[in-house]
Unconditional design. Structure first.
Lengths: 185, 260
């Protein structure tokens, strides 16, 4: 494959997924500028690794690179969000499992959803974004993140439970504390 | 299916990750259980909240141009570095030719070995491999002959004391085969005589040593990587003839040698 052929094939198969790459990087880094830098770095990595791309599904292949580049970037920049572990911030969802009476409604306020997702710990956020926004299968997520299928399922389920709890509007009004809805600290 | 199982399977059910049978179990349970249906509704509400197109993050307007330019620049650099590495490689004054030549010899030797695998017996394979390697080595400058002479009366005595036999050195100049000299080589674990003949610009190596086995006058031919190898076991002497000369002419030489 000459360099010219490689470039043509790359632009045909990989470049169309630029938006997905950016969306993922944006949700992982939580910063517009960082996301653009991460995506640029990811595309250069993808281009130099393109010989190893065997024509399988291009989107998960690219998103795996974006995900890994984001993680490297987060570690390098010692982003606090990267080191928050689920266990530190989330209660076990089996306790205080949502009471149907209390949590029937999910807030439809888009800003609240955005905030909740941004505050979801990284391990869970990446699984949720890859599944809900990018439509990757469990198998593809498992490959992208490099964890077993069962871990993908448990992260998705715990992440969603956490989001549901945050976004639930009690049907019986109760006093709202100022920090409520701002996520765990 | 009970409620606990249903809640476990619900996310995978909604994510289309269950097989048909499992999906049917969940569906059947949902049809009967109001609590689980409510859990399903919550999941679906969360899903549609997360799939709100407004939440999907978009890069700046000119971002795709920036990425395109970066990738094309990388492609150009890659092409340039590939080209320049070839130019570097091809520079004649470069010492890189030394390993290149060594690699060529190794590749040729390996090739010879692989090709001569088609020879009949494994013992003959080894000899053919030795002979061909010896021939190729003889083509390196200064390796062809130890005794440069077109005179068989010079060449033949030269072997005396160096070998435990006296090789026949026929004069075939009348048939158009110029004797250019002789040398010692090592084949099949023993020192052997090599006569070097020339026709036009082609060198022919004739390897010979005493035949202690059964005689078989039939000339066998092998073609190995552009070289012809001819072989027969004379009553007293084993012959291996190697050259890049064409097959028909080489056969003439073999027949002439066999006649002597």
């Amino acid at each position: 494959m000459t360099s010219q052929e490689k470039l043509c094939r790359f632009e045909e198969q990989i470049s169309p997924h630029l938006k997905s790459a950016y969306n993922l990087a944006r949700w992982l880094t939580r910063s517009h500028e960082d996301a653009e830098d991460v995506v640029q770095e990811s595309f250069l990595r993808a281009f130099s690794a393109f010989e190893s791309f065997r024509g399988e599904n291009a989107k998960p292949w690219l998103l795996t690179i974006v995900r890994n580049t984001s993680m490297t970037w987060l570690k390098r920049n010692r982003n606090a969000g990267a080191v928050i572990r689920y266990e530190d911030v989330l209660e076990d969802p089996s306790e205080g499992s949502p009471d149907p009476e209390e949590t029937l409604l999910i807030a439809c306020d888009r800003e609240q959803v955005r905030q909740a997702l941004e505050q979801l710990p990284l391990d869970f956020r990446e699984a949720v974004v890859l599944r809900e926004m990018e439509g990757l299968s469990y198998k593809e997520i498992s490959t992208a993140i490099g964890v077993p299928l069962g871990t993908v399922m448990s992260r998705l389920s715990r992440g969603r439970d956490w989001l549901k709890r945050i976004l639930s509007t009690p049907s019986i009004p109760r006093p709202v504390r100022p920090e409520e809805g701002a996520g765990p600290r | 299916m009970n409620c606990a199982d249903s809640r476990t399977y619900l996310p995978a059910y909604l994510d289309d990750e269950l097989d048909v049978a499992e999906s049917l179990h969940v569906q059947r349970h949902l049809a009967e259980c109001g609590d689980c249906r409510q859990a399903q509704d919550e999941q679906l509400a969360l899903r549609s909240a997360l799939r709100d197109p407004e939440l999907y993050a978009h890069p700046s307007a000119d971002f795709s141009k920036r990425i395109e330019a970066a990738v094309r620049k990388a492609a150009k650099e890659e092409a340039r570095s590939q080209r320049s590495s070839w130019f570097e490689w091809l520079r004649l004054d470069s010492l890189r030719w030394v390993p290149a030549a060594a690699a060529l010899v190794i590749v040729t030797t390996v090739g010879v070995f692989l090709i001569t695998n088609s020879m009949r017996s494994s013992h003959e394979q080894l000899i053919a491999s030795d002979v061909l390697t010896g021939h190729i080595r003889s083509l390196q400058p200064g390796h062809l002959i130890d005794v440069p002479s077109s005179d068989r009366h010079t060449v033949k005595p030269w072997f005396q004391g160096k070998l435990d036999f006296s090789p026949p050195v026929p004069d075939l100049s009348e048939l158009g085969w110029t004797l250019v000299g002789g040398r010692l080589d090592y084949v099949d674990g023993r020192p052997v005589a090599v006569l070097v003949y020339q026709r036009r610009m082609h060198n022919i190596n004739v390897f010979l040593w005493p035949n202690h086995g059964s005689a078989d006058d039939t000339i066998r031919q092998e073609d190995a990587q552009g070289y012809q190898i001819l072989h027969w076991n004379g009553a007293e002497t084993t012959y291996w003839v190697v050259s890049d000369l064409n097959n028909a002419e080489l056969l003439e030489l073999a027949q002439a040698l066999r006649g002597h």
